[in-house]
Design a binder for this molecule. Structure first.
Ligand SMILES: C[S@@+](CC[C@H](N)C(=O)[O-])C[C@H]1O[C@@H](n2cnc3c(N)ncnc32)[C@H](O)[C@@H]1O
Length: 235
């Protein structure tokens, strides 16, 4: 039986070249934004879970000691490797079962990935598991409305244009996942962006336009950034 991970592999495998091109254009801007948001000493070992073509990993590379990016999709990892400096490696793996020892990173990050994962609570638990006590977790993802009907409508629209979409989580669900893993929120940032309806063509595009929460050409998305600390003493 085809799984959700198969849908992710199919979707991102097919679109890898475009995703990689888009990723390359974002790295410098993301680095400047992260420089202000993340407290970094330069000595960190970092994992980027659901790295795709490596935006977060490549943005952090000059600011930390080492970065490892993990993703399900070999085509994206190949593109990421082609752009990687010496302190960054990319490995194939599942964000819900990371191929690393407990407490093996100073910082565990995930950018724009949780909404593609059928069991995002497992991915958050894995970020917490591989982070050392006293280390930090960074999550960036789109957040859904607190109104459950609006959140369902957003998911219906997102799935119409991308079958690998699972669920956009509202802020409160993300915070419950963090809390369930004993993580303490240190800093958050919320921003709204207007997004074009690109990403699909033909019938899928027509259906997506019909379901768009913001009209035929674009819609408004809210993204949340969360910086969390894993306490030294477990609760
Ligand atoms: C929207 S892309 C974001 C990629 C990248 N983090 C960025 O900021 O550009 C979502 C990524 O999640 C990956 N992904 C989805 N489910 C995954 C899983 N279970 N394990 C690892 N990666 C996964 C996809 O392959 C894809 O690269």
């Amino acid at each position: 039986m085809a799984t959700h991970d198969d849908a992710v592999r199919a979707r991102f495998g097919e679109t890898a070249a475009g995703v990689a091109e888009h990723a390359a254009r974002q790295v410098d801007r993301v680095r400047e934004e992260l420089r202000e948001f993340l407290p970094l000493s330069g000595e960190e070992r970092v994992v980027d879970s659901g790295t795709g073509a490596g935006v977060l990993a490549l943005a952090l590379a000059p600011l930390v000691r080492e970065v490892v990016g993990v993703d399900l999709v070999p085509e994206l990892l190949a593109a990421a490797r082609a752009a990687a400096p010496a302190n960054v490696t990319f490995v194939e793996g599942d964000a819900t079962a990371l191929p690393f020892e407990d407490a093996s990173f100073d910082l565990a990050g995930s950018r724009r990935t949780l909404h593609h994962i059928a069991r995002p609570e497992l991915a958050v638990a894995e970020l917490a598991r591989v982070t050392r006590p006293g280390g930090r977790i960074f999550v960036d993802d789109q957040v859904a409305s607190v109104d459950p009907l609006a959140a369902l409508a957003l998911d219906r629209f997102e799935r119409a244009r991308d079958p690998s979409h699972a669920r956009t989580l509202p802020d409160i669900d993300l915070r419950h996942f963090f809390e369930a893993n004993g993580l303490v929120a240190e800093r958050t940032r919320f921003q709204t962006h207007r997004r074009e309806l690109g990403g699909c063509s033909g019938e899928a595009a027509d259906r997506a336009r019909e379901l768009s929460p913001g009209g035929l050409e674009s819609y408004e998305a809210e993204t949340g950034w969360y910086l969390l600390r894993k306490p030294r003493l477990g609760g």
